[in-house]
Design a protein around this ligand. Sequence first.
Ligand code: FES
Ligand code: FES
Length: 179
Amino acid sequence: MTKFTVNNQPVEYLLDPETPLLWALRDASNLTGTKYGCGTGECGACIVDIDGAAVPSCSVSIAACEGRFVTTIEGLSRDRSHPVQQAFAALNVTQCGYCIPGIVMAAAVLLKRTPAPTDADIDAAITNICRCGIYPRLREAIRRAGRVAQGETLLGAPPPGIDPAGAARAVPALTPRPG
Ligand code: FES
Ligand code: FES
């Protein structure tokens, strides 16, 4: 049994301790916002926050997370009010969307440490792969999110997205089976 904290909730996984965190989150916890891209720690689609570091969840076992604090895209905010989410929506950063949760998590971690990042800071921290070429808007959104976080500018939070209960209704396969 592996115990740690996910999105401020204590969890115990009855899985092989070598299970990658990504699959525990997606398959056991139904936290499907964290995406599977390469599976080799290179694309960044699966990045989560572990104790304040941006970590590719495909490349860390649940055993290595014992006693640690994991935050996924679902735990960043309940209503898309995190400054990075506000700035991404305001600047229309997203193209495919598949890579975005990992980028948002990496950006949130960066801004905790470096509230006013330079382009070099952003390029060093955001190594996520996006094949759509969003990088110029991405840099501007991260800089703006830093200003929002510091109270230097305001952005309206975008409308709340679908919550897990709503997702289960919309996607019958996600609805828990009785018994
Ligand atoms: S799926 Fe984890 S880094 Fe690509
Ligand atoms: S926005 Fe996802 S790959 Fe470019």
